[in-house]
Design a binder for this molecule. Structure first.
Ligand code: BTN
Length: 261
C-alpha cells in the first residue's frame, strides 16, 4: 500500500505569502466535492482567491456530468473561488489549463499539452482535469469556481477514464513529486494569468465605452483601400467591426477612420 503524508499547508501558505490566489487555504481531509465547499464559501462572501483543498472527495465531479475519482492523499483536488467579470468568466477554463501546464513544467520539468477544451495530457494521457462552475445573477457573475484535479503520485495506468488512459506526474517523471510544489506553482501561475484577464477585461470595457466611433457611419482608409459602413462594434482583440451597406460584417485591424456626414 502506498503511504502518503498530509499536505503541508502552512509551509505552502507561507510561500504564497500575500498573493491574491491562495492567501487563504481551506484544507479538509474529506469532502463531497471541493466545488461544493468553495461554492458555499463564495455564497457566504469568501474573499477572492480562497483555495479549498481536500485529501479525499466522496462525490468528486468532472465535466459533462461525469464523476471524478481520485486517489486519496496522493493527488491534488482543489477549487479556487473567483469573482471575475462577464468577459473573463468565459476564459477561466483556458486560463486554468495554461496555469496547470506552466505549473507542471516548473514543478517537474515535464511538458504537458491540452486536449480541447481543457484536459491536460502528458504523452497523450490525461494527467489533470479542470471544471469551472459559475453563477449569474441579473447578468452579473456572482461567483466562479475553478476546480482542478491533478494526478500527482498515484499510478492510474490501469484505469480508463472517459475512454482514454490516465497518467500521473510521478509515473511520467519516474520520481515522487511534491504536491505542495505543484500546487504552489499552479496557484502562482493562475494568479498571474487571472490578474491579466480581469485587468484587461476592465481596461477593454473602459476603452470600448469611450469609443465615440461606435454607432457612427465611418470611412476607413487602409493605404489605397477604403471601406465604408457602420462602426458596429469592436471584438475582443480590439478590431473594428464594420457593417457594410450590403449587410456584410468585416473586422478591421487598422486604418484611418473619418466620420461620414
Ligand atoms: C474533468 O476532466 O472532467 C474535470 C475534472 C475536475 C476534477 C476536479 S478535482 C477538484 C474539483 N472538485 C471536483 O469535484 N471536481 C474538480
Amino acid at each position: 500500500m502506498t503511504t502518503y503524508t498530509p499536505l503541508e499547508v502552512e509551509a505552502l501558505q507561507a510561500q504564497l505569502g500575500d498573493r491574491p490566489i491562495g492567501r487563504r487555504i481551506l484544507y479538509l481531509p474529506q469532502v463531497t466535492s471541493t466545488m461544493d465547499i468553495a461554492r458555499q464559501e463564495a455564497l457566504a462572501g469568501a474573499e477572492e482567491g480562497l483555495v479549498v483543498v481536500a485529501e479525499e472527495q466522496r462525490a468528486g465531479r468532472g465535466r459533462l456530468g461525469r464523476a471524478w475519482v481520485s486517489a486519496a492523499g496522493l493527488n491534488l483536488s482543489f477549487s479556487v473561488v473567483l469573482y471575475p467579470n462577464r468577459w473573463a468568466v468565459g476564459r477561466l477554463s483556458a486560463a486554468a489549463a495554461v496555469a496547470v501546464c506552466r505549473g507542471i513544467r516548473q514543478a517537474t520539468g515535464l511538458e504537458a499539452a491540452l486536449k480541447w477544451p481543457n484536459d491536460v495530457l502528458i504523452g497523450g494521457k490525461k494527467v489533470c482535469g479542470i471544471l469551472v462552475e459559475s453563477a449569474l445573477l441579473n447578468d452579473q457573475v456572482q461567483y466562479a469556481i475553478v476546480g482542478v484535479g491533478v494526478n500527482v503520485n498515484h499510478d492510474p495506468s490501469e484505469e480508463l477514464e472517459a475512454g482514454y488512459q490516465a497518467t500521473s506526474l510521478a509515473k511520467e517523471s519516474g520520481l515522487r513529486v511534491s504536491r505542495e510544489e505543484v500546487l504552489l506553482e499552479v496557484l502562482q501561475e493562475l494568479g498571474l494569468i487571472y490578474w491579466q484577464l480581469t485587468g484587461w477585461g476592465d481596461v477593454w470595457e473602459e476603452w470600448r465605452g469611450s469609443l465615440e466611433t461606435l454607432g457612427r457611419q465611418v470611412r476607413v482608409r487602409r493605404g489605397e483601400q477604403v471601406e465604408e459602413g457602420l462602426a458596429a462594434g469592436v471584438d475582443g482583440d480590439g478590431n473594428l467591426l464594420l457593417r457594410r451597406a450590403d449587410g456584410s460584417l468585416i473586422a478591421l485591424t487598422s486604418g484611418e477612420v473619418t466620420l461620414q456626414v
